[in-house]
Design a binder for this molecule. Structure first.
Ligand code: F6R
Length: 369
């Protein structure tokens, strides 16, 4: 049942405020984050972890990249993110103090399952972030942290992605508390951010109409670039993946600072570039850098579509289109910024007359290696 929407993907994008609310439910207790499934692993085991490796594929790997920033910041453990299908083939250094966190919506992705089994054989603690109750990966793992985003039917992942980021942040906050690395004010601020997130998410979902108009004139576009910095970088990668998957348009995401090391040569007159701009209030340094990146590409003819915090006027002289969101904190911004990118892919796919929910050559769950 598409609930009145034209596609499951549209319905699932619109469900994101609830998806986040469901991931958070029961896990914010008296101003703290508490995940009973992690507590069951035993606090000494959580305290002894000296390295975390996040393994996942596709969209889930971008959620992992975003989660890594938060886990390192709050739990002060080095985190690396690796594609599941690369992880096993390089003889990774694993010890009984390593924690492997797998991220998988379906819990059945064969590449990720095989990587989890490889980790288990080496005595590593395995935690599964999964959206599908009793799927194989969470059953095989030492602990399962379910995202509870509800069933995702469209092949392109949307609400599962924001729920995965949310779950990884909760894991970071839980680990930080147990390990004594999380300052009380940082914890209070993160909890406050979470409490307002579903409401802000609803505002991000409401960008649909504006994005539909934007996509309308871009129906013939052959290539789109996405730029972000810090947590905005994996969000840019996700925006590009969505566009490839369902609109069959060549798209690439870049770290904004990397542009001058090569990709800026791609910028030609009229090249559409989405730029994820961090909040100028809470991330002034990053904001200034991104504004200068925008100036660089604008001077070379790019058509800039900036995703900004409401009230950010610094970018206006250099942009063609501005999408305004209720941003606020660097770590939480990409959860909102990705929503207009999801709508953009959906609307371009629709404008090209494609099947939004069932893109060619793709299956919802990839059960072969
Ligand atoms: C993108 C997408 C894929 C999946 C990837 C992992 O929209 O859906 O990139 O994210 O195949 O799938 P799961 O999360 O089920 O392991």
């Amino acid at each position: 049942d598409k609930g009145g929407w034209s596609s499951f993907m549209a319905k699932e994008i619109s469900e994101q405020p609830d998806a986040i609310g469901n991931t958070l439910r029961g896990r914010l207790v008296d101003g703290h984050v508490d995940i009973p499934e992690l507590t069951e692993l035993g606090e000494p085991r959580l305290r002894e972890v000296d390295r975390i490796i996040i393994i996942a594929c596709g969209t889930a790997s971008y959620a992992g990249m975003i989660g890594a920033y938060a886990i390192e910041q709050w739990a002060r453990v080095p985190v690396q993110v690796e594609l599941s299908h690369e992880f096993r083939y390089r003889d990774p250094v694993l010890t009984d103090r390593t924690m492997v966190i797998s991220v998988s919506q379906s819990g059945e992705t064969m590449d990720t399952l095989m990587a989890v089994k490889y980790a288990i054989e080496r005595g590593v603690t395995t935690v599964s972030v999964c959206n599908t109750q009793s799927a194989t990966i969470p059953r095989e793992s030492d602990a399962a942290v379910y995202t509870h985003a509800g069933p995702e039917v469209a092949v392109a992942s949307t609400k599962a992605f924001v729920a995965q980021i949310t779950a990884l942040y909760l894991i970071g906050l839980h680990l930080g508390r147990v390990r004594g690395t999380l300052a009380a004010d940082a914890e209070a601020e993160a909890v406050r951010q979470f409490e307002t997130l579903p409401e802000k998410m609803a505002e991000a979902v409401a960008t649909h109409e504006q994005i539909a108009q934007l996509a309308h004139w871009m129906a013939d576009t052959r290539s789109v670039l996405f730029l972000g910095r810090h947590v905005g970088y994996p969000a840019a990668l996700e925006g590009a993946l969505k566009l490839k998957e369902i609109a069959y348009i060549h798209a690439e995401g870049f770290a904004a600072g990397e542009l001058k090391h090569g990709p800026i040569a791609l910028i030609d007159h009229g090249q559409p570039v989405f730029v994820l701009v961090p909040s100028p209030r809470t991330s002034p340094l990053m904001h200034a850098k991104v504004v200068s990146n925008i100036q660089e590409i604008r001077a070379r003819g790019a058509r800039v579509i900036a995703i900004v915090e409401k009230g950010d006027t610094a970018v206006l002289p250099y942009t063609d289109d501005v999408v305004r969101l209720p941003l606020s904190d660097a770590l939480f911004d990409p959860i909102l910024q990705v929503v207009p990118l999801q709508w953009f892919a959906l609307e371009l796919s629709t404008a090209k007359g494609l099947d939004v929910d069932q893109p060619r050559n793709l299956a919802k769950s990839v059960t072969v290696e």
